[in-house]
Design a protein. Structure first.
Length: 190
């Protein structure tokens, strides 16, 4: 599937720009027409070769946790989903997550569900996508987001425990190797 960049007008005459994945330009044209958007321009999307260093940083569980907490708080305060995502996106420092959320916002503006928007933006977190889809179907999005927050907090806790448990064996291994190198270089040659 290719990614296409489009410019279209809605019924009010506002120009909307965005990206969408599709098999062909005709598919994108039909998709936009079905969403009551009138295409002005559709072209193949070419990603810029000017890569920032932050683009290579993966999306950590802590980034997802911050996003989920922010979106949950804003939803509980009475904002709609799109405004909650936009508000939460402003708090995110991770470039990859921020650019993914830009695509999610565009998709939601075009009438795509939150879970489908995450899938369209190549979200690798299968648990997150599945849980959000379940929240949309059941109508209990805030409860699902609360459960996701607990899930990511536990994931972060387990990661810290694993790193802490791995430090001692690594320290012992480095010490043993350095003693072995010392013995081979200093004692054996004599």
């Amino acid at each position: 599937m290719n990614t296409y960049q489009y410019k279209a007008k809605n019924k009010r005459g506002n120009v909307i720009e965005g990206k969408i994945k599709g098999e062909s330009i005709e598919y994108v044209y039909d998709f936009l027409m079905n969403k009551d958007l009138y295409p002005i321009n559709i072209r193949a999307y070419k990603k810029s070769s000017n890569l920032k260093i932050n683009e290579f940083k993966k999306i950590d569980n802590s980034d997802w946790l911050i996003f989920l907490k922010n979106i949950t708080y804003t939803l509980k305060s009475g904002q709609n989903l799109l405004n909650s995502i936009i508000t939460a996106k402003e708090q995110i420092k991770n470039y990859r997550l921020k650019s993914m959320l830009n695509g999610v916002c565009e998709d939601i503006e075009n009438g795509v569900s939150f879970s489908e928007a995450l899938k369209n933006c190549d979200c690798k977190e299968k648990v997150l996508v599945s849980m959000i889809e379940a929240g949309e179907v059941s109508g209990r999005m805030i409860n699902v987001l609360d459960k996701l927050i607990v899930y990511y907090e536990k994931q972060i806790k387990y990661e810290k425990k694993f790193k802490g448990a791995a430090i001692y064996p690594l320290t012992v291994a480095v010490f043993c190797i350095s003693v072995l190198v010392y013995l081979i270089n200093k004692i054996l040659p004599d």
